[in-house]
Design a protein around this ligand. Structure first.
Ligand code: FAD
Length: 455
């Protein structure tokens, strides 16, 4: 089969692939990009953007409910129709024409189809052979990971994709998984009146975050009327009594019934399907191993979720920028993952950067922590409802007097983490952080209390 030659083949055009392909094409490379679904990937169509549109709508309802304690009376009648309409507007009805044109205007060649690596520098798309003079970039992201639960394949279930596309809401919902995706959707749907149950195998929601956040989040969810089962997992799933909906049997024997089941138990990458054995990589691996230049081998790079370094759009774009520079042979700073921020857009938001206390101890750091409650800061007290569960936790290396991690839970936590991100990344000495003049009365000023607690 004759192969069509290009400088660079980019497989997968999510945010990571778009970043590399766009930069390389703008620099004058002959780039062919292959995408089997939509250019833009998960984030604009089934992830960050539509989910945050939903979260914003749910937050508006929650704020209205807080009027009672602050400003009188507000009556709301939740309606999913405007939310579904905004999601359709944001995704252009799941149409990527604009994104394809944006790439083509940069000089790239776009191919719709599923690509498979068949040899070093060579890929196949629907019987077409492509060859790359410079190399291949893998940017294939991930898929919802569906656990092997007895009966799950015989009942219908939602992943984030069906949940985001929902034009109407079910009466009741069971959510498996209390990570960011599961909780953002669970809280939003509950605020629109859906009877919601969340099941989490770990001992608290948000298992990747500090236990202080997970425990406070459990209180938030329960106060909103979400039934929470932690420390247990789904053992079997079958059609509910009467045939409508699903019955989920938990490991502790509890049976939960609902009209719909949402599986939000993480993401996975299928490297076998991508043909990575053809370039000597382990197709059974969970992720493609990359070095600090995002190189996975000779003439092979990988960026984004497929690298297993964290599933965030900002991380995929960061890696994409470095990989593009490396592909182009340009000077660049190597990838540094010490200060990758994470934000869960629940209400209150939960944001983190760097190491948790447990991870820092595991890494042998001489840990010191400082914890402060938002409600006892000036702004937290003024804010009142919505700030009750806020907490800031700083994790310091006591030997070097710098922060190695931090978490913030509270209103606008995703913004407050910005300062801490800089502190962790640039190893700003604790005395310098203490000497800053924090604006009064802001949530960011609440950091002073936690810094004081560090001693
Ligand atoms: C519900 C939800 C909410 C989220 N919210 C946030 C958020 O608020 N903030 C944040 O930072 N992150 C968020 N994320 C995570 C974020 O969406 C991902 O980290 C990001 O999309 C990763 O980009 P990527 O380019 O690595 O992969 P993807 O976006 O998954 O793109 C990979 C692309 O590769 C294509 N592909 C795969 N295999 C092939 C093949 N063989 N041939 C051709 N094409 C292929 C896929 O179709 C896909 O379009 C969220 C995720 C979900 C599910």
């Amino acid at each position: 089969m004759a192969a069509q030659a290009h400088d660079l083949i980019v497989i997968g055009m999510g945010v990571g692939g778009e970043e590399v392909a766009g930069r390389a094409a703008e620099a004058g490379m002959d780039v062919v990009a292959v995408e089997r679904k939509l250019v833009g990937g998960e984030c604009p169509y089934w992830g960050c953007i539509p989910s945050k549109i939903m979260v914003r709508a749910g937050d508006a309802l929650a704020e209205a409910a807080r009027v009672a304690g602050l400003a009188g009376r507000a009556t709301v009648a939740p309606d999913w129709a405007p939310v579904a309409a905004r999601v359709r507007e944001a995704t252009a009805g799941w149409d990527d024409r604009v994104a394809v044109e944006r790439f083509e205007k940069k000089g790239g060649t776009f191919v719709r189809g599923e690509a498979r690596v068949v040899a070093p520098g060579e890929a196949e798309v629907d019987g077409w052979r492509l060859r790359a003079r410079r190399g291949i970039v893998l940017a294939t992201g991930g898929e919802p990971a569906v656990p092997p639960i007895d009966g799950l394949d015989r009942v219908g279930y939602w992943t984030n994709r069906e949940a985001i596309e929902a034009a109407e809401l079910p009466r009741s919902l069971v959510v498996l998984g209390a990570g960011a995706v599961g909780l953002e959707l669970a809280q939003t749907f509950r605020r629109f009146g859906v009877e919601t149950t969340v099941v989490e195998a770990a001992g608290h929601p948000l298992p990747g975050e500090e236990p202080e956040n997970g425990e406070a989040m459990a209180e938030v969810l329960e106060a909103e009327g979400i039934a929470l089962h932690v420390g247990t997992s789904a053992r079997a799933v079958r059609p509910a009594t009467g045939g409508a909906g699903v019955a989920v049997e938990l490991a502790d024997g509890t049976v939960v019934e609902a009209e719909r089941l949402l599986v939000a138990t993480g993401r996975r990458s299928d490297l076998r399907r991508l043909g990575l054995d053809a370039v000597g990589l382990d197709p059974a691996a969970r992720a493609v191993q990359v070095d600090e230049h995002l190189r996975a081998g000779g003439g092979l790079w990988a960026v984004g979720d497929v690298t297993g370094r964290g599933a965030f759009t900002h991380l995929a774009v960061y890696q994409g920028r470095i990989a593009a520079a490396d592909v182009l042979g340009r000077q660049h700073a190597p990838a540094d993952y010490r200060a990758v921020p994470r934000v869960t857009f629940t209400d209150p938001e939960v944001a983190g950067v760097g190491l948790t206390e447990a991870a820092a101890r595991d890494a042998g750091v001489a840990v010191r922590t400082g914890v402060a409650r938002t409600a006892s800061s000036a702004r937290g007290w003024i804010h009142g409802p919505g700030a009750e569960h806020g907490v800031v936790k700083l994790v310091a290396d006591g030997d070097r007097e710098v922060l190695v991690g931090a978490s913030v839970m509270g209103p606008a936590a995703g913004e407050v983490i910005g300062l801490l991100l800089l502190a962790v990344k640039e190893r700003i000495p604790l005395p310098a952080l203490r000497q800053l003049i924090y604006p009064y009365p802001t949530f960011v000023r609440g950091l002073e209390d936690a810094l004081r607690q560090l001693g």
